[in-house]
Write a protein that binds this ligand. Sequence first.
Ligand code: DLZ
Length: 162
Amino acid sequence: MSGAGAPELQVDGHGMRVVIVAASWHRRVMDGLVAGAQRGLFAAGVKDVRLVRVPGSFELPLAAQTAARSGVDAVVALGVVIRGGTPHFDYVCQAATQGLTEVALRTGIPVGFGVLTCDDEAQALDRAGVEGSHEDKGVEAAQAAVEMVRVMRANSGSGLGG
Ligand code: DLZ
């Protein structure tokens, strides 16, 4: 899956409260993703942004669920899992992806998905919004979360949202 075809979202997050939950493995990549998400949220007008750090991507769903239940409008989940020589990669990716999906469905709170699953660190850095990157997945995840708040609110009368 490539980043080609990503929408250009003009998002408005004024008045929203957002929590970024971020894993700590692979520091350089994570610093880029967190900075990108913060940049995206501030550019959208979100002033109330809190950052929660967890050890690894496996821990993201629980932190995201706790944040989602605390009364915020949206959660942005960030992590990077780099393929090693064992099946561990697949289990961590699966747990993070499935867990974050369940959090959004269970709570009704949008969760921006900014978890990179890469073959190596160079591939991850190319998507991390650092100098020389071709993509900025932190910004994309933040914009998607803010846009989903708007979508849910706009469609609350149609059974979408609360
Ligand atoms: C154990 C592990 C490994 C091997 N690789 C990564 C990784 O690339 N990215 C990441 O975010 N976390 C990794 N982890 C840690 C797990 O996500 C988790 O923190 C530990 O298994 C402890 O629960």
